[in-house]
Structure formats: structure tokens, C-alpha cells
Write a new protein. Structure first.
Length: 245
């Protein structure tokens, strides 16, 4: 907090260069089949897929380990010596990770649009913008897990997000019955809201306020859970144990 924001952002990006490189290589490998043929339509689809994968992966790169990494390495001792509350400190660090993720996503959006335009394919800006809520949601979920789980929080978050998508797509939550399925659905990624938001952007729906409010409420809820985890770790005696690991 005693360092300019620009400097903190640069340090964050530098610390995640290796993870960012591996992520780009993995996404390129996944999307490679669309580039083999060289047909413009498939190339445009491949570019859109890459952007979608980036929106899913960027928050995992820049928001992962925001809290748990410090607790494992004992870095918490440093901010305990500063006149700043730990909850505020880690909320600021989380927002920096979210900001960097959004900036990279917007840069990727611009590059994707330029690539599609160069292929002389229809501009799908609405569909592409529909991926951006994933950046916000995934970053908040990762932060929420990071403050409660000292080790492996990123893997747990990925498993939770993947399982949530599968559960919604297969309708598995209906097997729980009322009211438990309502509770589980409230914890899972709000895929219906994201789809409604995307439908509005592509002109297929007039509903925007309700899905936007659902996406924001879900993100705020996970952020609050992460802040609560930081407070609990500091005030309920878990911090010394975490620092020794």
C-alpha cells in the first residue's frame, strides 16, 4: 500500500509471467484444430474460442493465491507491522489482480476483433463481450477460496467451478429437492444470468438489469466470503499455523 499502483501492477504481472505463458500455450493447443485447415470461418471461430478461454483463465492466473500464498510463505508478518487492516490490504490486492485480469481481457478482445476483421468475417462483438462476466466471477471465487484454504486453493476453485457448470448443465441440483437445490444453485456459477446477459448483447433479449444484478450479487457474495476468511484467519488463531507451513 506504500507503493504506487502502477509499480504494484508491474510486479504482479512479472510474478505471473511463467503461469501466463503456460496458459497461452495450453489455450493455443486446445484451439489448434480450428487453425489447421486455414479456412477463414474456422479461424474466426478459433479466435473467439481463444478469447473465451482467456476470460476463464486470466483470473486464475492473476487472482490465485492472493491470500493463501502470503500465509504459506509467512509474508503476513510484513503487513502486520504496517498501520493497515489485513482485510483492507487483501481486498486491495484482490482488486489489483481483478484489474489486471480485466485489462488483459480487454486487450485480448481488441486483438480478437482485429483478427476477425482481417479474416473478413462478421464482427461478433456482442458474443465476445458476453465472456467478460467470467473474468469477474472467476476472480471473486478464487479470492473466496484463497482466504480459507492455505494450500491448493486454486485447484479447489477450478474443481468447484467445473463441477458447478456440469451440475447446472445436467440438472443434477434438482435431485436434491427443495429447498436444498435452491441453496446449491445460489452457490454455483450463475450460468443462466451469464447467458441472459450475452443474449442481450447479441440482440436476442431485452433483459439486462436482472442478469446483471445476479452476476454482481454473486461476485460480491464471494468477495465478502473472502474478506471474512481473511478476518477469521487473523483473529481466530489460524495465522501462526499458516505461517509455519
Amino acid at each position: 500500500m506504500y507503493m504506487p499502483l502502477s509499480r504494484r501492477v508491474i510486479l504482479l504481472v512479472r510474478s505471473r509471467v511463467k503461469a501466463l505463458t503456460l496458459m497461452v500455450l495450453a489455450i493455443g493447443t486446445i484451439a489448434w484444430p480450428n487453425f489447421v485447415d486455414g479456412e477463414p470461418t474456422l479461424l474466426a471461430v478459433g479466435l473467439g474460442d481463444i478469447f473465451g478461454f482467456l476470460c476463464l483463465a486470466l483470473p486464475l492466473v492473476f487472482a490465485s493465491g492472493v491470500v493463501s500464498g502470503d500465509f504459506r510463505r509467512g509474508m503476513a508478518r510484513l503487513w502486520l507491522q504496517k498501520p493497515i487492516g489485513p482485510v483492507r490490504f487483501y481486498l486491495s490486492r484482490f482488486l489489483e489482480g481483478l484489474l489486471v485480469s480485466l485489462v488483459f481481457a480487454l486487450l485480448a478482445l481488441g486483438a480478437t476483433r482485429l483478427g476477425i476483421a482481417a479474416l473478413d468475417q462478421p464482427d461478433e462483438i456482442g458474443r465476445l463481450l458476453g465472456y467478460l462476466p467470467y473474468v469477474l466471477i472467476f476472480a471473486c471465487v478464487v479470492f473466496g477460496f484463497s482466504s480459507w484454504i492455505p494450500r491448493g486453493s486454486t485447484l479447489v476453485a477450478i474443481g468447484f467451478l467445473a463441477a458447478g457448470v456440469v451440475a447446472r448443465e445436467t440438472g443434477s441440483t434438482d435431485l436434491l429437492g427443495r429447498p436444498w437445490n435452491w441453496l446449491v444453485e445460489a452457490l454455483l456459477v450463475p450460468m443462466p444470468a451469464i447467458r441472459a446477459f450475452r443474449d442481450f448483447l447479441v440482440g436476442g433479449s431485452d433483459a439486462i438489469w436482472i442478469p446483471s444484478a445476479q452476476i454482481l450479487a454473486y461476485s460480491i457474495g464471494w468477495t465478502a466470503l473472502g474478506a471474512l476468511g481473511v478476518w477469521y484467519t487473523v483473529n481466530k488463531g489460524r495465522l501462526p499455523h499458516a505461517e509455519q507451513s
